[in-house]
Design a protein around this ligand. Structure first.
Ligand code: SAH
Ligand code: SF4
Length: 384
């Protein structure tokens, strides 16, 4: 049995060809699956009867089962997807006035093991398949359309960020078909500017993404120098800051946006000093064509979780740090925003997604946490 969620349009076309079907059949099928949310071939009334009868014998359309949904007081919704073998991953829907964002997971756990990240603390089990990545969007989009009773043609999700569990660029092979499906006009039709891959800095894969499927890029920086970044993001030892920033500059040649977003998790007394903000300006000033990497900073107040041993920077320190970046140095400032924490009452904020991960690396400290309580989703009026 193949899961048709594993296929981008080209792969579905190839599959249909193997069945002796014309390419336009693949487009029809693709639209039924992704635009209409169909899982039942019998529904697909414009497909030839012979194909409708043949497909169920060898193919199915299925997202991972969803054992729980939690709604936050602020309208954020978190789903747990059971991906089998004792692993579960999470996705988060974040409604805002002008857009709906889905935060998608790419791996069960993560092998990068960042010091401040709940997913990292759980260790790594396995890569998700394309079907498991796209399945999060497929489920969430069509589930929200139904529960929010959206008018026909209106979509719930117009922004996807690969910022859930896992390092997307360490699951490149499954990621790219998933991204292509998100962008495809016969599927979700999302704008390249509204699909963001967030990475801790897998340099060779940043270069490949530029070639294969350039979407918006966010890079998790977290430190202005290698000594500190080595400690916070262990991958930095392999791909140090100079190489990472050069890759960012190369990426901009093909990127749909003319800047890179640098994410910076604000950790009390660790990386939140104003002198470190000035060092960041120097760092981005040493790279890039016009004397600086074209970039924006997004400061994320650290979301604590048990076992991290770290504290969130106070609001005044975050503001002072942001101010130092905005005011800048001789070369001017950098646009800087402070990310609003959403869904932290249901452990759905950045870095709090833990799911359930069988740590097959045995490298990371296991974390103990309370079982996930099941609560009803937020009412529709909280959505926008
Ligand atoms: N692996 C990718 C994407 C997932 S993490 C990456 O690291 O970029 C998404 C963002 O959440 C990253 O910027 C990450 O650094 C940040 N993050 C991780 N743990 C966090 C925490 N406890 N509090 C706030 N942000 C956190
Ligand atoms: Fe992995 Fe990103 Fe968490 Fe680091 S911050 S451990 S790369 S998910």
């Amino acid at each position: 049995m193949v899961n048709l969620l594993d296929f981008d349009r080209d792969a579905l076309t190839a599959y249909c060809e193997r069945l002796g079907e014309k390419p336009f059949r693949a487009v029809q099928l693709f639209r039924w699956i992704h635009q209409r949310g169909a899982a039942d071939f019998e529904q697909m009334t414009d497909l030839a009867r012979s194909l409708r009868e043949r497909l169920p014998q060898q193919a199915h359309i299925a997202a991972p089962p969803v054992p729980s949904e939690q709604g936050s007081a602020d309208g954020t919704t978190k789903w747990l997807f059971d991906v089998g073998g004792g692993d579960a991953v999470e996705s988060v829907f974040i409604p805002e006035a002008e857009r709906g964002t889905l935060c998608v997971s790419s791996q069960a756990g993560c092998a990068v093991n960042c010091r401040f990240c709940s997913t990292g603390h759980q260790g790594f089990s396995r890569n998700l398949s394309t079907a498991e990545i796209v399945g999060q969007l497929w489920f969430a989009e069509h589930h929200l359309r139904r529960t929010l009773a959206l008018p026909a043609g209106e979509r719930a999700i117009d922004n996807v960020v690969m910022m859930g569990m896992g390092e997307p660029l360490q699951n490149y092979g499954a990621l790219v078909p998933a991204l292509r499906t998100m962008l495809d006009d016969h599927a979700y039709g999302l704008s390249r500017r509204r699909v963001t891959v967030s990475t801790s800095g897998v340099v060779p894969m940043i270069d490949r993404l530029r070639e294969d499927c350039p979407v918006a890029l966010a890079v998790s920086l977290h430190a202005p120098d290698d000594a500190l970044r080595d400690r916070l993001v262990p991958l930095n030892k392999k791909y140090p800051l100079d190489e990472l920033l050069d890759a960012c500059v190369r990426y901009l040649d093909a990127a749909p946006r003319d800047f890179i977003t640098f994410e910076y998790c604000m950790l009390d007394g660790v990386n939140d000093d104003e002198a470190q903000a000035r060092a960041l300006l120097r760092l981005v000033g040493e790279h890039g064509p016009a004397g600086r990497v074209p970039c924006k900073f997004n400061l994320i107040p650290f979301n604590p979780f048990p076992a991290s041993g770290l504290k969130r920077s106070g609001a005044a320190r975050v503001q002072a740090f942001a101010r130092a970046l905005i005011d800048g140095d001789g070369a001017g400032g950098v646009v800087t925003t402070v990310r609003k924490t959403r869904g932290d009452d249901i452990d759905a904020a950045c870095g709090q997604l833990a799911g359930e991960v069988q740590d097959r690396t045995q490298a990371a400290r296991r974390m103990t946490r309370a079982p996930i309580a099941i609560r009803p989703a937020a009412p529709a009026e909280n959505r926008r």
